[in-house]
Design a binder for this molecule. Structure first.
Ligand SMILES: [Mg+2]
Length: 214
């Protein structure tokens, strides 16, 4: 790939194992709700999940932990909850090596849907590699599925879309949307079983494989 200047990474499921985010939403939040309501954890988990699903990932509310703390009336301690689970953050094993290799040649950024409150904790140990960390929901009040988001990122970085590669694990948010703008998108399929059957040939099973494509 020629004239690429910037490589943009999704965070959850791409750099950071989903376990942490999953724990916050499907363990931490329902546990607090169960304690508040005096009901058992499984019942609380089912209820909170049902409420998340009603809103869905296309809505900005879905990502907003302060919204859910208000909605479930859990008080103001969501930062405490995130911090209390921070030891569970796991960066995928190949990430450090890949970032080191790529940072010699490219500017590296993160383009994530996750809120700043999550990102700060999640990428603490690798943040030195990135010139910018964009949270679509916190910085632009946008869900990443909009090509608008990638346009804003390019503008801030002062590059054109064809000078950027984005890699991520969500077919719509990380592939379809950036491609609409003209960003080269690499689909990360860590399980190796979700490869879309539509001729998109930039698919990798881990980030190391990406080095061969660049
Ligand atoms: Mg992701």
């Amino acid at each position: 790939m020629e004239n690429i200047k910037v490589i943009s990474f999704d965070a959850d499921g791409t750099l950071v194992d989903l376990k942490f985010v999953d724990l916050v939403w499907n363990f931490g939040v329902p546990k607090l709700f169960a304690e508040k309501e005096g009901i058992d954890f499984e019942k609380a988990k089912k209820y909170t999940k049902k409420e998340y699903d009603k809103v869905g990932e296309n809505s900005i509310k879905w990502y907003d932990i302060s919204y859910w703390f208000d909605y479930f009336d859990l008080g103001e301690s969501y930062t405490d909850l995130i911090k209390s689970l921070s030891m569970e953050v796991e960066i995928y094993e190949e990430v450090s090596l890949v970032l080191e290799e790529l940072s010699d040649e490219y500017e590296l950024v993160i383009s994530s849907n996750a809120q700043r409150e999550f990102l700060d904790v999640e990428i603490e140990s690798i943040k030195e590699h990135f010139s910018h960390i964009f949270s679509s929901t916190t910085d632009f009040r946008l869900v990443k599925k909009t090509p608008d988001f990638y346009e804003k990122v390019c503008r801030v970085l002062d590059v054109s879309p064809d000078e950027m590669v984005h890699v991520g694990d969500h077919w719509n948010f990380d592939v379809i949307c950036p491609k609409k703008l003209g960003v080269t998108a690499i689909y990360l399929d860590r399980n190796g079983k979700n490869v879309p059957d539509n001729g998109h040939n930039l698919v990798v099973n881990n980030l190391e494989e990406m080095l061969k494509l660049l």
